[in-house]
Ligand binder design. Structure first.
Ligand SMILES: NC(=O)c1ccc[n+]([C@@H]2O[C@H](COP(=O)([O-])OP(=O)(O)OC[C@H]3O[C@@H](n4cnc5c(N)ncnc54)[C@H](OP(=O)(O)O)[C@@H]3O)[C@@H](O)[C@H]2O)c1
Length: 316
């Protein structure tokens, strides 16, 4: 069991400059009840500050973090660093190698360092590791459903999960999420907002189903998980409910006050991409609820909250 929910936490966030990393830092430094209670501390490192593929640097950073904050609460490292350019990883061997280093090997380096200093690790993974359900069934996916990663990114993320579990059998939280968009960086929501301005109609894939996830909600969920007394394990956390990319695009148009009928459904075959996408990525919240955690808000409501707090998302 992870000793959670009792006393202060000393946090470390890797990949702090990414979409999720930015929201984790915002969450942990927010004023009042939303943020970390007094007594918590935070070390947040961007890629420029810590390349998680550098074994010696990882070890030094993790030892330095725990050593410098000795006695100041349970150490929890949240790894938000990842190589996320899934199509480039598929087509460019150098990018594929970078994806393997960041997604498969680096989590193992971080987990080994956490094991040395007695830290818990929260590691973020993806729906891409999951395969189709037997018999073509369609129901929300559970953590113990079959894995069948298709593509370089997916395989690298599965290997990363496995490395974290192996190095920290009793002190890991692997959390698979899906369809993440944040206030920082490029994402589908921004792209649709831009296309709404540039084009009369937009064709968007309507045969891939998933759970859009506002990264601030995910960040809040990961912090709650790390604070809880949930046992080590693999869980799913994504926005509530499900839609298709076309459904999400139409919702973006609605938020813009544009006609959602300008988004026209198409199928995956008419919009080929180098990295295969899962057709069914709807993640169940049963494992999350079983840990006593509040499910993430429904995806449509979350999109409204996201654009209310970050209207710049709609600027494209
Ligand atoms: N976005 C999604 O739809 C989605 C879906 C499911 C799961 N996830 C997972 O969610 C997590 C967070 O993703 P995100 O959406 O926040 O992605 P993101 O915005 O691309 O952030 C990833 C961050 O990791 C950094 N990074 C890459 N290689 C690194 C290295 N070697 N050392 C240190 N930092 C490195 C990146 O820096 P640079 O930008 O400088 O490269 C970036 O700041 C990842 O584990 C991802 O696999 C994402």
């Amino acid at each position: 069991m992870i000793d959670g929910g009792r006393g202060p936490v000393r946090w470390m966030v890797t990949g702090a400059g990414g979409a999720l990393g930015t929201d984790l830092v915002a969450r942990l430094t927010a004023p009042g009840d939303e943020g970390a209670p007094p007594g918590d501390s935070l070390v947040a490192v961007t890629r420029a500050e810590l390349d998680v593929t550098d074994a010696a640097a990882v070890r030094a950073a993790v030892h330095g973090w725990v050593g410098e904050t000795a006695g100041a609460g349970r150490p929890v490292l949240v790894n938000a660093a990842a190589y996320t350019a899934v199509d480039r990883a598929e087509t460019d061997p150098e990018a594929g190698a970078a994806a393997w280093a960041a997604n498969a090997e680096a989590p193992g380096l971080l987990a080994a360092a956490c094991a040395e200093v007695g830290a818990t690790m929260v590691h973020v993974s993806t729906d891409y590791v999951l395969g189709p359900l037997p018999g073509g069934a369609r129901r929300p996916l559970e953590p113990d459903d079959p894995v069948a990663p298709a593509g370089v990114y997916a395989r690298s993320k599965l290997a990363g999960e496995q490395a974290v579990r192996a190095a920290l059998p009793d002190a890991h939280h692997v959390v698979r999420t899906a369809w993440v968009y944040g206030a920082t960086g490029a994402n589908f929501v921004r792209t649709m907002a831009r296309l709404a301005r540039e084009r009369d109609t937009v064709d968007v894939v309507d045969d891939q189903h998933g759970s859009p996830t506002w990264s601030a909600d995910l960040a809040a969920g990961l912090v709650a998980l790390a604070r809880s007394s949930a046992p080590a394990g693999t869980r799913h956390a994504a926005g509530g409910g499900a839609t298709t990319w076309c459904g999400l695009a139409r919702a973006v148009f609605e938020e813009l006050g544009a006609d959602p009928a300008r988004v026209r459904p198409c199928d995956t075959a008419s919009f080929p991409r180098p990295a295969p996408r899962p057709a069914w990525s709807v993640l169940s919240d049963v494992s999350w609820r079983a840990a006593g955690l509040e499910p993430l808000p429904p995806w449509r409501e979350a999109l409204g909250t996201a654009v209310a707090h970050h209207p710049e998302l709609l600027l494209g």
